[in-house]
Design a protein around this ligand. Structure first.
Ligand SMILES: NC(=O)c1ccc[n+]([C@@H]2O[C@H](COP(=O)([O-])OP(=O)(O)OC[C@H]3O[C@@H](n4cnc5c(N)ncnc54)[C@H](OP(=O)(O)O)[C@@H]3O)[C@@H](O)[C@H]2O)c1
Length: 266
């Protein structure tokens, strides 16, 4: 996406940390930041699948972007501490944190949901996001600037059957994010939440334990969003002048309204 010259300037030279950058929306956000700045940017790309990150890092590095790749499991608090402790000095001053890592597991109804799935969804989507935010916010407060971008979901606004835990995690993200935005009212730190509807990524593959047939069905009969659609919104929001906070962005494909769309978890 090409931004106007001022918007591009607003992003240039910044250090962007993206969790869950090995696939889907996170990967698309990394590509979009590079595209929008012509490579004049520093990226910290983190996820568990470092091999996937290596391919992406190699491609993005060709644009001139400075890229640091790191193994990170946000569901493991100790691992988050290790990740920050091992950040090279030139990548430590984070300007934009994109808390993107997240997942839904299964579509079971309450009473039949595996405890491990409940724990993994909360550990990743909520505890991980909170710890990442808390860690990065300290540096942002010191310099009185920075952007925090949270990947929420329509699921955090409107719950649906078969998504009780995932929806609860995204509601928690929303609630945490709103409070933090208010806490930072006397600073120049911006807190922004993006709430996508259905986006075709590996999300459904993960949700259905790697079953491609079940995953494909989620996107049948309508055109879902692409990861790039969401990445463009993230980069646009971050490129606004400092005094503008696009606090919440709810983004649907045209075949979706609220948590209802042409596919519904049964
Ligand atoms: N797709 C949708 O319809 C949709 C709609 C609304 C909101 N969202 C939200 O958008 C975000 C991105 O989802 P996506 O659609 O891009 O899904 P995706 O294609 O499955 O990508 C998820 C990313 O999160 C990473 N991740 C998962 N567990 C992690 C962990 N414990 N630690 C670090 N990274 C982890 C994955 O990397 P590794 O496996 O390599 O760690 C992957 O890079 C999520 O927060 C999701 O809830 C998605």
């Amino acid at each position: 996406m090409s931004l106007g010259p001022q918007a591009q300037k607003n992003l240039e030279g910044k250090t962007i940390l993206i969790t869950g950058a090995s696939a889907g929306i996170g990967e698309a956000i990394a590509r979009e930041f590079v595209d929008a700045t012509g490579g004049n940017i520093k990226l910290v790309l983190a996820a568990r699948r470092v091999r996937r990150l290596a391919e992406l890092g190699q491609q993005l590095g060709q644009s001139g972007a400075q890229v640091h790749l790191a193994s990170l499991d946000v569901s493991d608090g100790a691992n988050i501490d290790e990740f920050f402790a091992s950040l090279p000095s030139e990548f430590q001053d984070i300007d934009v944190l994109v808390n993107n890592a997240g997942k839904a597991l299964g579509i079971e109804h309450a009473g039949s949901i595996r405890d491990e799935d409940v724990e993994e969804m909360f550990a990743t989507n909520v505890l991980g996001l909170i710890k990442m935010t808390q860690t990065v916010i300290r540096g942002m407060k010191e310099k009185n600037s920075g952007d925090i971008v949270q990947l929420g979901s329509i699921a955090g606004i409107e719950s649906y059957p078969g998504g009780s835990i995932y929806c609860a995690t995204k509601s928690a993200v929303r609630s945490f994010t709103q409070a933090v935005r208010k806490e930072l009212i006397n600073t120049k730190i911006r807190v922004m939440e993006i709430d996508p509807g259905a986006v075709e990524t590996e999300f459904s593959l993960v949700r259905f334990g790697g079953d491609p047939e079940k995953a494909k069905k989620v996107y049948e009969g309508y055109e879902p969003l692409s990861a790039k659609d969401i990445a463009e919104v993230v980069v646009f929001n971050c490129s606004r002048r400092q005094n503008v906070v696009v606090a919440e962005s709810l983004v649907f494909p045209t075949a979706q309204a609220g948590s209802y769309h042409r596919y519904r978890a049964q």
